[in-house]
Each structure stands twice: as C-alpha cells, then as structure tokens.
Design a protein around this ligand. Structure first.
Ligand SMILES: [Zn+2]
Length: 226
C-alpha cells in the first residue's frame, strides 16, 4: 500500500486504496463544495425531535458541518438525542445538500443586554456583553447556533430559515434569546436586525473546552455585576 499522501487542496492525510479513508476524504470535499447530503427535496424544513429520522438526520449533518467550522468539540444536535430542552431547527436544502441551519432550544434566561455593549473577549476569542440587566429568570427559546454554507453567505438564505422558524414558533425574532458564547457573526446578526437590546440565554451546559469555559465564566461575572 502507498505511503500516506496529503491532499494538497485540503491538507488531509489518508491511505490511497483504503476505501473508508477515500470515502471520508471525498465526503469532506463534497461537503466543502455543496454542504452535507440532505436526501430531501429543495425547501426549508422545521425539525424537532418529533420528526421522523430523515429530517433529524439532515439536521444532525448540517450542524456537524457547521460545528466543524466553529470548532466546538461537542455535537450541536443529534438525530437520536433525548433532550429535555426541546430543540427546534430550520434547515434549508438545495440540490440534495443542506446549506443552512438555525438551531434553537429552550434555555433559562436571566439577562438582557444592549447590543452596543459587546466587546471581543481575549479568553476564547469570542464576543461578550460588557454588562447586562438582570431580569426575572424564565425559560425562553434561544438561538443557539446559525450555520450558512460558505457559498451562500451574504445571500438572503438566512431570512428564509428565520421566517419559517418565527412562523412556526409564533413570536418575532426580537423575542428569542441568544446563547453564550457569541461569535462576531452572531453580534453582527443581531445588530443587523436593528434591535436595541437582546435577551441572553444561560450558556450551554456542555463542556466547551477550557478556553471557552473560562470565557463563559467571565461573561456571567460581567452580566451579574451591579
Ligand atoms: Zn482533500
């Protein structure tokens, strides 16, 4: 068998002739080019744990690829998860590939913060609110993750997913919270919607890695300062 070559395009090392390796590598390129396979007709689908497997599987694949770009080391959505926080996602598929997804979950919400009050945090390289207003703790649907395939970024793709999602959930975008941590894209997303302030959801309960966990701790400390 040949020595391990590296694909110059993507930097992958794999064994030529080893079917599994070749398939994994081909799938990677296919996903980079078109998005993960969706096995669904073109359209925007609302996906929850009540749906049948093809839809939940599509959502898992979309967020797996989104996650690869965001580099979080836990699964954002699992087709067979038994979650108690009621995940609901909107996934758009084009040409048999998922190209965008918005993931929401019910999360505890204790703060509201101005969109002018965000800064880049040295810990974890994410954005954070500098201060927040404590509000009565309650559960609220949080936007947890947004992914758009790089070929479609800047187009109006997200608007379709959001329209479908707000219609399904029954309240406008301003009534959602956003889960910590914030990427720069997330802050821009909310600012673009001309909202003065937004609800902040309690951070993900999953362990995000040391740098991200330190970042989240710093966020909560800032938010709860009086
Ligand atoms: Zn490659």
């Amino acid at each position: 068998m040949d020595a391990e070559p590296t694909c110059k395009a993507c930097g992958f090392s794999y064994v030529i002739g080893l079917k599994e390796d070749e398939e994994r590598h081909a799938r990677f390129h296919d996903e980079e080019e078109y998005g993960p396979m969706s096995y669904m007709n073109d359209g925007i689908y609302i996906v929850s744990l009540e749906n049948t497997q093809p839809l939940r599987h599509m959502a898992e694949q979309a967020f797996r690829v989104g996650n690869r770009e965001a580099q979080y080391d836990f699964a954002l959505f699992m087709a067979d998860e038994k979650s108690t926080n009621q995940p609901i996602a909107a996934i758009e598929t084009i040409g048999g590939h998922a190209i965008a997804g918005v993931l929401t979950r019910n999360r505890s919400c204790e703060y509201r913060t101005s969109l002018e009050e965000f800064e880049l945090c040295a810990l974890g390289g994410r954005w954070r609110p500098k201060r927040g207003e404590a509000i009565e703790p309650h559960n609220r649907r949080a936007i947890e993750f947004i992914w758009v395939h790089k070929k479609y970024r800047g187009e109006k793709v997200l608007d379709g997913c959001l329209a479908k999602l707000t219609e399904h959930i029954g309240h406008p975008i301003s009534e959602f919270s956003h889960s910590l941590p914030f990427t720069e894209a997330a802050v821009k997303f909310w600012r673009k919607r001309s909202l003065g302030s937004i609800y902040i959801a309690q951070s993900w309960t999953e362990h995000l890695g040391d740098a991200q966990d330190a970042h989240l701790e710093a966020c909560v400390r800032l938010l709860s300062e009086r």
